[in-house]
Design a protein around this ligand. Sequence first.
Ligand code: HEC
Ligand code: HEC
Length: 308
Amino acid sequence: MFRSPSALVVGLVLLAACGDDGSMENAGTSTGTSTSGVGSSGSTAGASGSTAESGESTAAASESTADVTGSSTGPGGVSYSQDVRPVFASRGCIVCHHDNSAIDIDIADPFGPPNGLVGSVNTWAEAYPEGGTPMLNVQPGDPEASFLMNKIGDPDALDPATAGGHMPLNLAPLTADELADLRAWIDAGAADDATFEQNIRPIFGDETTLGGASGKCTWCHHSFPGGQRPNLTDPFDPNTGAVGVASVFDPDLQVIEPGNADASVLVTKVEANEVGAFGGPMPPQYEALNADEIELVRTWVAEGAQDN
Ligand code: HEC
Ligand code: HEC
């Protein structure tokens, strides 16, 4: 599948640069070439400037690969973004429990104080101390001290007079697997791993892993001379980054518009299969983002493209 003629040229350059064993020894050289070849911005001097830098960092890249794989999984093997948020989303919790909803417990953003599910005070324990229910809705590290487990666990053990209704209210109860995942997540500390550093940085790559298996973008979109804009090693830079920065293709659109994945050129480009109004699909010559990666990028943008 040829995505664009220029991607083809770049692909050939990459093949020529790789050894027979497929090693990326000369990846630095092809970085320089590809940046000026495909695009628009790489000057020869700039490109060779970045050659040395990225060549050096290639070795570091292959060593760090193991770190990145599975990094979003907590000690119990359960992760908020992979295992817990999908339960909250698919079981109706966030329909009824979001910021400004009538029920003052936020499950859409469970980590935001003061009313995020994690760490918020159980209103039933406050109003009816005689019920003996846990003081907090989620006590990180302690499922037994987390009222959430009472609300979604055995319905018969819940006294409606002092603990309210079983959750999800009026809907089918959680399965044993879902309950086990939520318990394991609380047990492991109820951490938020749906962050830029955990989920998005490994897709984009960073300054020390240019061309490395951990990232698919910073090989070209880096901060060294000759780097293609946007600089995805620091997408939050208001001038050279992506978040809130106008697209070169259309100044009315942002490369990443926080909260609006559909309007973000970056999302359009990672989902594209062919050259369109916003240039070629991204990444050229690297394997395209898989469905999970696209979903992570979309979610991160939709949730405000935060630097966390
Ligand atoms: C149809 C709307 C609805 C759905 C769906 C729903 N809830 Fe609730 N939830 C409520 C209402 C109303 C209350 C307050 C009354 C009560 O506690 O019974 C509540 C209370 C709670 C409380 C107690 C908070 C406190 O401090 O009193 C927790 C915890 C909770 N829900 C968790 C969940 C979880 C987890 C889910 C998804 C598995 C969920 N809810 C789904 C409506 C809903
Ligand atoms: C092999 C080099 C290369 C790689 C790898 C690469 N890009 Fe690009 N990128 C370019 C070039 C060249 C352009 C300008 C031409 C174009 O847009 O087609 C560009 C343009 C862009 C733009 C348009 C910026 C704007 O102002 O609208 C975005 C967004 C983008 N890339 C995102 C990414 C993302 C995200 C990845 C990783 C998934 C990635 N790129 C990987 C070379 C690359």
